[in-house]
Design a protein around this ligand. Sequence first.
Ligand code: BES
Ligand code: MN
Ligand code: MN
Length: 461
Amino acid sequence: MNNIKTYVEQHKDRFIEELITLLKMPSVSADSAFSQDVINTSEAVKIALEKAGCDQVEVCETPGYPIVYGEKIIDPNLPTVLVYGHYDVQPADPIDLWDSPPFEPVIKKTDIHPEGAIFARGASDDKGQMYMHVKALEYMTKNNNLPCNVKFMIEGEEEVGSESLSWFVKQHQDKLANDVILISDTGMISNTQPSITTGLRGLSYVEVEVTGPNRDLHSGLYGGAVANPINILNKMIASLHDENNHITIPGFYDNVENLSAEERVEMAKAPFSLDAYKKALDIEAVYGEKGYTTNERNSIRPTLDVNGIWGGYTGEGAKTVIASKAHAKISMRLVPNQDWEEITELFKNHFESIAPKGAKVKVKPHHGGQGYVTPIDNIGYRAAAKAYQDSFGVTPIPQRSGGSIPIVALFEKELKSKTILMGFGLDSDAIHSPNEHFGIFNYLKGIETIPLFYKYFTEMS
Ligand code: BES
Ligand code: MN
Ligand code: MN
């Protein structure tokens, strides 16, 4: 299959152009102002899958955004790879902080990407990574070397919790039957040291509201005499971590799976420079749970973070006011064995219990999902490792990630198969941030590596 390199070389300009066309579509699932764009993007994905050689492609309606399903079955006796990805993207806000408009892709060189990177919302998460699979399929069908069956399932609600996909998967176990699930929606250590993601954190996302007096008050006339909901909310939030940055919610750590000393030693072997990490973020020191390294804090340990907080007067100038209400959005990243619904309940009970008299608290759960860890002693992992070895000339390192793709745990439960997370992004891609980008090297390397996975997985099956 040596000529995948040649094929990529011959067609790379078109591959980049096609991705740019897709990136121009603002498929922001969180904001209903873009709903028509999200739907249009599902149509574009359908056409791309047809052109790449899928026999049967459908845009499946759901209570939310459509799921694009396509397949190419060459022989029912051969193994089947199910590719999952998402065509929706995060909102581009704050738009002012982008150096170029988020939906007008541009290619620019960076220190990490001397060969250039495509800057646009969704470039890395996940349109660029999803589209690598479409182009890899194109290569295999055009060159008659697709070694097994393939099914594609590309959704439009990943960034808002994959609700419709859960519904779809539970309903279509037979249609989605497969031997392995393949996803490129994560990252790797660097362009010279590939890694395969072997774990994802779970998530519980909640919104809280604190109400004090029944109306906004003059902060002089009433200040000091009534509970100020913004002060109270901040006090409550601050109390959720102790002096060691441990989370104080009773029972929060009860089911946390602790790694053995050997596993932690193994983890610490992955190349990592704390200095480079601090420099990239322009911070003087890292911060987190006592007793754990930076890489442990952001992968094998659970967290609690405020994602947004608002209330009172935030306009120009000064207004003297005690607001009636204060709000915050809080995410908890969870590790294996923590159940997201149980954690949501623990949070709710605790948060309500610490509210002082004179303030009312409401906790509204948003969405969540279980964490995931996958062993490396299976053919899916071995085939992926061999594929990276071939295309990068370096053995990939298994690594647990701090991010979440909640649907992966559901895949395992409903479809009974393992997921292989072959991500080609980098932490520096700025996913969910202004100036998101995806390296041209990463994009083309992904297209080159994926057909090798199909080859080795089929051989090992
Ligand atoms: N692709 C990301 C998750 C990711 C990125 C995992 C990098 C590992 C490495 C995904 O699109 C995402 O952003 N997930 C959300 C959760 C979702 C329920 C909104 C997340 O992790 O915040
Ligand atoms: Mn993603
Ligand atoms: Mn994302």
